[in-house]
Unconditional design. Structure first.
Ligand code: PLP
Length: 425
């Protein structure tokens, strides 16, 4: 039975202009990489349900973790209380991160993980009695939709009404093959006054900006530069974490390590709402005091929800299996093969891949823009072919669950090539 009229009556969807939007697709079930609508039609989840799902839907190991944890301990306040799954997760995740990142703060999503990293960075300088109030971020960045996260993200169309309420940030240009040294100089000019508390970046891949990719060398040099001027560094790994870039974390490619890592999305295999802010011991020590107000006075009702933590631990089990990394390697190879095929299409440009993310732009002559007509045209085209793939403007990208089979991946790439052919003049 359709739920559409009740949806229209009562639901306000994210990023949706309800006056002009098409009716939402009624998804009632999911299994593996397939989503099923109310009429039984299947769709390949080509972008992993907003980039979160890493092991396919309904994975039995995740299901078992949810079930067991629900029967054992469903939820408990996390101030003044601890529980085994939070401690297990904190212990296991810090073991996979650089040694100095040893303290885990729990929240509910990517935006809150960022919000907390920013608050920790600002309070760090407050607590040590140093005045640093500035932030350096990167043009095109997206760190979430809460106020702090918006303040350090790309300004403009998506957040205009809120801009008067943002705190200031200085933005470095997006680095490309030809401007890296200039962008580092630009960063230096912001950092050298030693007033910058924190630098925040999406390491190696900017997601929402259109899966834009930059070099490991640049990330290393930028991070090092920030540290040279006493600035703390946040790696926002909300999208890049959990195998997306080909390693567990994008930061694993980089020899210079950040002071904070923000995690969400793939953290729970895309199944439960959970965010983690992992901070260095140096930062943590600045909150130790006889003065209670020097503590991080922040928390959420669902902080360290035991079911979410159990799912994150089960997710780590899967990442500890060779078979997951074998699947990731296969997707990388399929992506590379697809890019080779795309090279013979004359209406594409900026072909790129990092790990399991394969992206390119449809060359419309308008450059890379979120407001391209290609977005809706392509989205509708793929839906008809049973593929749920949401382009970012004229950027078409594939970042599927790692359990996708070769035949399913081929179905996506065949549909993309067909689409490109259909829009040729
Ligand atoms: C890099 C990055 N940071 C933060 C966020 C915000 O995460 P959430 O949507 O869970 O609040 C996102 C979401 O897409 C993201 O891609």
């Amino acid at each position: 039975m359709s739920i559409l009229s009740d949806d229209i009556a009562h639901v306000w969807h994210p990023f949706t202009q309800h006056q002009t939007a098409d009716d939402p697709i009624e998804i009632v079930r999911a299994e593996g990489v397939l989503l099923y609508d109310v009429k039984g039609k299947s769709y390949i989840d080509a972008n992993s349900s907003w980039w979160v799902n890493v092991h396919g839907h309904g994975h039995p190991h995740i299901a078992e973790a949810i079930n067991d944890q629900f029967k054992t301990l469903d939820h408990v306040v996390f101030a003044g209380v601890t529980h085994p799954k939070a401690v297990e997760l904190a212990t296991r995740i810090t073991a996979k991160l650089p040694e100095q990142l040893s303290k885990v703060f729990f929240s509910d999503n990517g935006s809150t993980a960022i919000e907390i990293a920013l608050k920790m960075a600002f309070q760090y300088f407050h607590n040590i009695g140093e005045t640093r109030r500035k932030v350096v971020a990167m043009q095109g960045s997206y760190h979430g939709d809460t106020f702090g996260a918006m303040s350090v993200g790309q300004r403009g169309y998506f957040n205009k009404p809120f801009e008067p309420f943002f705190f200031d940030a200085d933005y470095i240009d997006f680095p490309n093959e030809s401007n890296e040294q200039e962008v580092l100089q630009q960063a230096k000019s912001y950092l050298e006054g030693q007033e910058v508390a924190v630098l925040i970046v999406e390491p190696l891949v900017q997601g929402a900006a259109g899966m834009r990719m930059y070099s490991v060398t640049f990330l290393e040099e930028l991070t090092k530069l920030a540290h040279d001027f006493g600035t703390l560094v946040i790696f926002d790994e909300v999208m890049t974490g959990f195998g997306r870039t080909g390693k567990l974390f994008a930061g694993d490619f980089c020899s210079e390590k950040p002071d904070f890592v923000a995690l969400s999305k793939g953290l729970t295999a895309g199944v439960m709402a959970l965010g983690l802010t992992v901070a260095s011991d140096k930062v943590y020590q600045a909150f130790m005091s006889d003065d209670a107000s020097k503590a991080l006075l922040h928390g959420h009702s669902f902080t360290a929800n035991p079911i979410a933590c159990a799912v994150a631990c089960a997710n780590l089990d899967l990442f500890e299996q060779d078979s997951t990394w074998e699947k990731i390697k296969k997707i990388e190879a399929w992506g590379e093969f697809f890019l080779e095929k795309l090279k013979s299409c004359d209406n594409v440009c900026n072909l790129r891949r990092q790990g399991t993310i394969t992206a390119f732009e449809v060359d419309t002559g308008e450059g890379n823009t979120y407001f391209s007509d290609v977005k809706k045209l392509a989205y509708d085209f793929f839906l008809k072919r049973g593929i749920l793939l949401r382009p970012l403007g004229n950027v078409i990208f594939i970042n599927p669950p790692y359990t996708i089979k070769e035949g399913e991946y081929d179905e996506i790439t065949a549909a993309v090539l067909e689409f490109l052919d259909s829009i040729k003049n």
